[in-house]
Design a protein around this ligand. Structure first.
Ligand SMILES: [Zn+2]
Length: 370
């Protein structure tokens, strides 16, 4: 199978004098090195991992009207650009166009397959890919449980072909009905044997508490699913309290605004809660004013367990290797730090203990060679 190489392709599009994506220069020599590192991604959304070329193919096949049919011209409509308004609303607006593309189960399978191929091409060895079943079946009207099974089966097949280990996290939105969440939870439990390992709550945390979903997440936990909650991104430390106190989250999506309350930081440390930090996404959605001021190191210095992730690689126009390079050039991490972050991510994987221990040993051995 030919695996498309998104990094090389994007580099080829950039004249040498141009800044890399999103107005941030990137050190290509360092990027070459980081691409060879075995990597882990714990926080990546399927719906934010769609190739531009695929969008155009789907639009032509299904007669979807598009503002542009050239990948470079289409880019500003579905990706954050350097000169754009960096707000959460604007960041989310990119998904409104993306949502109309899931016209058939074939499209869902293709997007899933390519997301796994792209991760493998970036030398990610273990990934927990999250997906929002409701978003994928909104247009097709396929039963939600069928879509969950389809994504799980496609991931299994593609991961085997590409030589990457991929597990799934089923996601629901807190601004949507609890009844939808209940369907997602049940489908996630029914597909645990096909690689669904956790449940995630995403959506508008500024205006919606996680509390109405508490019962669903308790059932999921009792069934053996891991729990991760988006919090402390578009809302402050209170939202992180909500995620841990009410929802029993073991991992937090983002969580960087926990720093607004030192008592919250102490709880994160005491309970060994892992933050899935996504620096470029935080910058592009206006949570931090620059990557140089991102609090990743500050959190780590407070002994909070932090990991490095992309969130939405296509919307942010970034690969995990590029994200890591930015944490080195803008935030100040060293290669030795990156190895520690990678091992920390391995220890935070939503896997049974024996499989997680094996994953950690696998990464320890692979990283020792660098
Ligand atoms: Zn996210």
């Amino acid at each position: 199978m030919v695996i498309r190489d998104p990094v090389i392709q994007r580099e080829a599009l950039l004249p040498p004098h141009m800044p890399a994506q999103n107005g941030q220069h990137i050190d290509y020599k360092l990027l070459t090195l980081v691409r060879t590192l075995p990597k882990i991604e714990l926080h990546r959304h399927l719906e934010g991992s769609v190739r531009l070329e695929t969008l155009i193919d789907i639009a032509l096949k299904y007669g979807i009207e598009m503002p542009e049919y050239d990948p470079e011209m289409l880019r500003p409509f579905v990706q954050m650009m350097p000169d754009e308004n960096r707000t959460s609303q604007h960041f989310l607006s990119k998904f409104s166009m993306l949502r109309q593309f899931y016209r058939s189960n074939d499209v869902v399978a293709r997007v899933t397959r390519e997301a796994v191929e792209d991760a493998a091409a970036d030398n990610i060895h273990y990934m927990e890919l999250r997906f929002t079943p409701m978003a994928l079946c909104n247009v097709t009207k396929s039963p939600l449980e069928d879509i969950v099974a389809l994504v799980a089966e496609t991931v299994c097949e593609t991961a085997k072909t590409c030589g990457i280990q991929v597990k799934l996290i089923a996601s629901m939105n807190r601004h949507e009905a609890v009844e939808i969440g209940e369907k997602v939870m049940k489908a996630a439990i029914a597909n645990m044997h096909k690689g669904v390992v956790a449940l995630d709550l995403a959506g508008d945390e500024a205006n919606f508490s996680a509390l109405p979903f508490r019962g669903l997440f308790q059932q999921a936990r009792e069934a053996g699913l891991g729990i991760t909650i988006h919090a402390g991104e578009w809302s402050g430390a209170n939202s992180v309290w909500d995620a841990i106190g009410n929802m029993n989250a073991k991992r937090i999506g983002h969580g960087i605004r926990a720093l607004e309350d030192i008592a919250m930081i102490n709880v994160l440390v005491e309970r060994e809660i892992v933050l899935e930090v996504c620096p470029s996404s935080n910058y592009l959605s206006g949570i931090v004013d620059s990557l140089d001021n991102h609090p990743l190191i500050l959190l780590t210095d407070h002994d909070v367990l932090t990991t490095i992730n992309t969130d939405d690689p296509s919307v942010c126009n970034i690969t995990l290797s590029e994200e890591i390079v930015r944490t080195m050039t803008h935030i100040g991490l060293t290669l030795e730090d990156i190895k520690k972050y990678t091992l920390r991510a391995a220890r935070a994987a939503f896997l049974p203990n024996s499989e997680r221990d094996a994953l950690v040993r696998q990464f320890q051995a692979a990283l020792a060679r660098f």
